[in-house]
Design a binder for this molecule. Structure first.
Ligand code: FNR
Length: 362
């Protein structure tokens, strides 16, 4: 009998679709407007080929690396995504334990369904916290202080969301806004809306669309944590981010949920890496579904990648174990790609190990 157990990360997408109510599945899976960028995040990886080298000693493969000095078992982190309870009752607690078991770092979303404090006490591991800047600056400040107090090691500032992108599945499905656990007792927002989804209404009422580069200084002045800026897609902004003094850059289009026709992240990674000139680490997320995708991103200069939806699908299908399996699958695939390309360690993966369509033939 053929096994129905998942053998690749995308198999979890099918399982999640079976496990979840349509409204929640669509919320996780959907992108903005015509979902051009959503498709291209995946397809752009498929346009890159790998240039393997043979007769290299690959009897030992080491996928381990570090990020901001913290050791991780592979360069695959958990991206911040909202509302894990919709996928599984233990929500972010389960995700946090799975990330810890896989010896990697979880970035907790501001929009988590367990609080900063609850996730911190779920298990002992290095974690980062993702923050938005709200119109009410004191709210952002308080969230940051709580994250610091509870041992989160970096702040991931998401800058691609001055307002919410048009996620048309959520609008059609009348997706409800999940209560913002981290804002309990801080602010109450009326999310009722005649137009758009409640999520959109919440975001538009709270997020500070007037945020500018100068405001990074304010954030730096109120925290000692390193700041990773998430949502950079051009060399112009990468240069500004370095000038603003951030500690790292995440090339991201928010999983194609914000601006449709934003570029697929892997197509602009190199442009960002060149602008940054090694001054700070560059990470990437969006469409990473295979170990070979991780390999390609690293070859183009990323220090690590983050995965969003695969974690949610793993969680929806099989809870904590599902997330662990997703992370393990990607790590194992990366290990195989490294062995078959002649790269025994992460530092051996170089630009000459991939070919993009625009590259000249060697
Ligand atoms: C996200 N993402 C996101 N990003 C962020 O900074 N804060 C957030 O709260 C969320 N929430 C969120 C919810 C859901 C359902 C998804 C799918 C995504 C974006 C996320 O961090 C990441 O950029 C993308 O998910 C990466 O793309 P993939 O791996 O999903 O293709």
């Amino acid at each position: 009998k053929i096994s129905s157990d998942p053998v690749k990360v995308e198999d979890f997408k099918e399982l999640a679709k079976l496990a979840l109510p349509k409204v929640y599945y669509d919320f996780y899976a959907g992108g903005a407007e015509d979902e051009h960028t959503l498709r291209d995040n995946i397809q752009a990886f498929q346009r890159i080929t790998i240039r393997p080298r043979v007769l290299v000693d690959v009897s030992q493969i080491d996928t381990s690396t570090t990020i901001l000095g913290y050791p991780i078992s592979s360069p695959i982190l958990v991206a911040p995504t909202a509302a894990h309870k919709l996928a599984f009752p233990e929500g972010e607690l389960a995700t946090a334990r799975a990330a810890a078991a896989a010896k990697t770092i979880m970035v907790l979303s501001f929009s988590s369904t367990f609080s900063i404090e609850e996730v911190a006490s779920s298990c002992n591991a290095v974690r980062f916290f993702q923050l938005y800047i709200f119109k009410r600056r004191d709210v952002s400040r308080q969230l940051l202080q709580r994250a610091e107090r509870y041992g989160y090691k970096a702040v991931v500032l998401t800058v691609d969301s001055p307002r919410l992108g048009r996620r048309e599945h959520d609008i059609k499905n009348k997706m409800i806004a999940v209560p913002e656990k981290n804002l309990e007792g801080l602010i109450t927002i009326d999310v009722t809306s005649d137009q758009g989804s409640q999520f959109e209404s919440f975001a538009n009422k709270t997020l500070d669309a007037s945020l500018r580069w100068e405001d990074i200084q304010w954030l730096k002045s109120i925290t000692t944590l390193p700041i990773l800026i998430k949502g950079i897609l051009t060399h112009e902004d990468a240069t500004k981010a370095v000038e603003a003094g951030v500690d790292g850059i995440i090339v991201s289009n928010h999983g194609a949920r914000q601006l449709d026709f934003a570029p697929a992240t892997v197509t602009v990674l190199e442009e960002v890496v060149h602008a940054v000139k090694g001054k700070v680490p560059v990470l990437l997320d969006g469409g990473v579904r295979r170990g070979t995708d991780v390999f390609k991103a690293l070859a183009l200069g990323a220090q690590a990648v983050l995965i969003g939806r695969p974690v949610l699908y793993g969680l929806a299908a099989k809870g904590e174990e599902g997330v662990r399996t997703v992370l393990e699958m990607l790590k194992n695939e990366l290990e195989t790609s490294m062995a078959l390309s002649g790269c025994p360690s992460i530092k051996d993966i170089s630009r000459s190990h991939v070919r993009m369509q625009c590259d000249k033939l060697h």
